[in-house]
Design a binder for this molecule. Sequence first.
Ligand code: PPS
Length: 546
Amino acid sequence: MNKHHKASWNLTARQLCDLEMLLCGAFAPLKGFLNKPDYESVVMTMRLSNGSLWPIPITLDVNDAFAAQVQIGEIIELRDPEGVLLAHLHIESMWTSDKQLEAQNVFGSNDLAHPAIYYLYHKAGSVYLGGTLEKVELPQHYDYRQHRHTPTELKALFKKLGWHKVVAFQTRNPMHRAHQELTFRAARELEANLLIHPVVGMTKPGDIDHFTRVRCYEQLIKHYPEQTTFLSLLHLAMRMAGPREAVWHALIRKNYGCTHFIIGRDHAGPGKNSQDQDFYEPYAAQELAKEFETEMGIQIISFENMVYVQDRAEYLPESEVKAGETVLSISGTEFRRRLREGLEIPAWFSYPTVIKELRRSYPPRHQQGFTVFFTGLSGSGKSTVANALMVKLMELGGRPVTLLDGDVVRKNLSSELSFSKEHRDLNIRRIGFVASEITKNGGIAICAPIAPYAAVRREVRELIENHGGFIEIHVATPIEECERRDRKGLYAKARAGLVKGFTGIDDPYEAPEKPELKLDTSEITPDECAHKVLLTLERLGFIKSK
Ligand code: PPS
């Protein structure tokens, strides 16, 4: 490569968050992406090689192709996805990581149900580049600029306001009354001011988007005594590493000028592992952070769960509830169900203004868009049922309906594609993309491709479920019946070897394991099939029963 031109790396979303934290000083004492000795030391001992406490490896992972173009001693450019130059990296080390060792030591597991372990194995490149950074500019944010601060800005602000004691609260969720009570208590007991410091970089996949959350925080903050509380957004990419993450969060808050840091139950927990058990003990994060509080120079304020005691109409730590007192609670799952079904959410649980913001972004299912995704063999009756369904949904009215039939898509979106596995997957991804946009905008997309591969169907489901409903329908008409019908004469051609790679004949079809509905058009009429789909949509709450 021409050595006059520096190699340029386009940062991934997570690297972009890490870079911002590095450049603004939130990750001090780090001056760049970890070098090999520091990385190994952090993974094994939670410390940099000079002995400073640092629990999470901040690494620049790249793919093999990029790694082959660069060498130690070179300077490379780091750019955002639009190509804006943000920093230069002096490559001081380059190595292939031991992912298993990293996962086991940092996250305490190799279970792919952990989002950061999944990321490590399936998204991160295999080569790590380490070295110091030279800042060109901080990444730009166009949203909520009034709530974004660097550590220097926040520290100067605290100084100006005369806030000597500041207790920080970390969150990746909308804040309800229980969270607020916990922050009230902490501030009152410590006689400290409060920093609400939610993460808006990357949180756990499936979390409520930060746009909605910030509107909720803006509502909530009105319910704090004036001049006591400040809201600032942290563009951190969380790893959900429980205990190690808690130590990391505390170090970061220290860098932002906070003197105290609240750690509740199951701090930065990733949820259940593949054996349906918690990855970390609920109070392990508090304990680990507490162990290092003197060394970190920030005090850890541990809290147990806060619960609402009906008899006293107030929130209390779980252990302070007396025998015989009635405790009210709404679990996260129950809360989401009420939101989804538009059911009442009591004011003791959350402020109505907060709920209103959440309902705006997450309306009940009958007001959301959705995708009905038919899959099945050629000639199974997908198109016929899809057409019948479309007409019935149009008769019901209320949402625009788009039919993305297999043949129609092949003609309009995918005319250059073949029937190889790669092209079939690409075809389904295109359908999924269009359907997800329709769903996001509140419409109904009906898709009817063969979609023979389970993995890409799952990918499409995950994409669409971010925005609304995904209802997978297996049109499971037996192949003998499809072949007997042979409307297009393709089965005959496939049998004669004139059409190669025909699904069900000499190409695979992976049947869905858990479709929302299974239909067999050799047993019931298309009209009855479409009616069954409507009943399923009604059962799931996407259409309202009359
Ligand atoms: S896929 O696998 O989902 O991308 O297929 P799809 O886009 O739905 O296209 C299926 C229609 O293309 C015709 N056709 C074939 N199907 C399967 N295998 C091979 N090799 C093939 N060649 C052409 C067939 O008519 C399908 O239409 P339907 O409506 O499913 O009968």
